[in-house]
Design a protein around this ligand. Sequence first.
Ligand SMILES: [Zn+2]
Length: 260
Amino acid sequence: MRRTRKQPALDDLQVAFPRAKFFHLDRRDLDDIVETLNQKPRGGTSPYAEALIRLMKRLKECGGNLQKMMNGDPKLAKVVADVCVTRWMPSTNRRAFLVLQPSVEIQALSPMPEPQKIKERAELLAALRFHAGTLNPEWDKLTGPCARCGNYYIKKRESQKVYCSRRCGNTATAVARTRERLDEEHADKLRRSQAAMQKWPTARTKDDWKAFVSKQRELEISRKFLTRAVTKGELTAKGKLTAQGKTFVKEHLQRKAGKS
Ligand SMILES: [Zn+2]
């Protein structure tokens, strides 16, 4: 007696696999996740990116403890668990594979949702990407946001924790160096101003102190710089530099000089 190959070995186990996208659990999935996280349509944010970023941030807040994240939000845990189904898929040799597939609910989602449905679709797709992501062998390499550009990225080295790329790292360093240099120049200018101000009370001049300082060309200090420095509290004279205080400083010292 010959059994035909098509005869079912077990009744009712003829599952037709719908033609749907499967996850690969390799870089392709991870790249798709990174791309979604970094979506910035016209400089704004995408609801798809936002929903996924919320999940990434939550996981980070839980110190990367996925169990803690899910135990803390059973509703989310159910959504994430239900977005995927695992299917047993026979290969052309003797082996079979377990494959991940989006749930029926996800597959039924319209690719062009009405505006009021976009948020729901974004939440479900974020849960789906998150689900597939957590099963990806390289999931731990996905990190972000980059301290400079704000993008998520796949780490090339374990030590790459702050910037997405050498370019961002170098730019950030250059920016920090420039900042440092400008701060140093600013501090030096303040020191020069302070030194010049000390000479004003006893100087033979009718100018107010700001004019007195800014007229010393070699110092390259403008009146505007002085005003701003005083407003910011970076520059103080002995005595008060209020409208009356300015004269107070000078008169006070003159009186003192007169008495002696
Ligand atoms: Zn970056």
